[in-house]
Design a protein. Sequence first.
Length: 346
Amino acid sequence: MTVLKFSFPLRLFLCVFLFLNSAVAVRADEADNAAGAQAAEAAFIQRLVEKDGFSADQVRGWLDTAQVRDSILQTMSQPPETRSWPDYRAGFMTEARIRAGVNFWQNNAGWLNLARCEYGVEPQYIVAILGVETFYGRQTGRYPILDALVTLGFHFPPRQQFFQDELEQFLLLAREEHMDPLAHKGSYAGAMGIPQFMPSSYRRWAVDLNRDGVRDIWGEPADAIGSVANYFRSFGWQSGGGFLLPVTVQPSDQLSALMQQPFTERRHTLAEWGALGVDIGATTLPPDTPAWLFSLDDGEQQSWYLGLNNYFVLTRYNRSVYYATTVFQLAQALQQAVVPTVVSCN
Ligand SMILES: [Ca+2]
């Protein structure tokens, strides 16, 4: 290896030169980013004028009012979830969350029963989703939705199209529901209200369960409950349907390759899983039942499961098996803690 040696004045010159050079490069990057954001905003405004009938001044006004939040960009740039399954689960399956869930269930039993009758979704899964998402509405987010969606739509290139689309959906929602786009807060990613719906989900699936003329998933638990139930039904929820089958697995190259695929891609019928070396044991389920294979490692051993239809629907809310399994287990804990009521749907 050749080692270059420089005199002190030359080293000083090189240091200053390199520092100035990098500062110029950073400023050039910032200028490029600013120019890119400006161009994207101009295209966005034009789209909303032509496609949705907004006025250009109105959209420009909202974009200029929004505050770009560095803390949101930092959060989005963090590496993905690295907690172990036991740590993740322990963060949600607390006594306080179960107790608050029982209270929420009891306080909203009538709405939960109505949602069960109208959408066929059992109460414990709705309550569990709301418990994991926002502690039953206590933690619905502190960022103005407009700030979050503008920050990610124009200053976070990896997902900018998704967030620009959600911003468009949010402005359409505000117009339809007579909401002030500046008035509502949510998560750093723009998820809103007690069930944390993104704007596109709000427009598509939110319902006015309490029939007061407003779909309000921030302030009305009834509407939050109905909206989650409607969302689940839309993704194929089966009343009384199954969730999980514990299985044992014969390791093979084929299964190892399958496990490299995303969870959603690991779909086979029970008969096909059997042929792939997954031992299901005794079951009354038909052999053509679809199921998705996954495993959880509790630190001591790896446990294998086949997720059934309703488990898969839970992953439509959040694609993580940690998330879906936690919702399922919280639902079981809630069901055990609540005295069931007799439901009449007439
Ligand atoms: Ca309502």
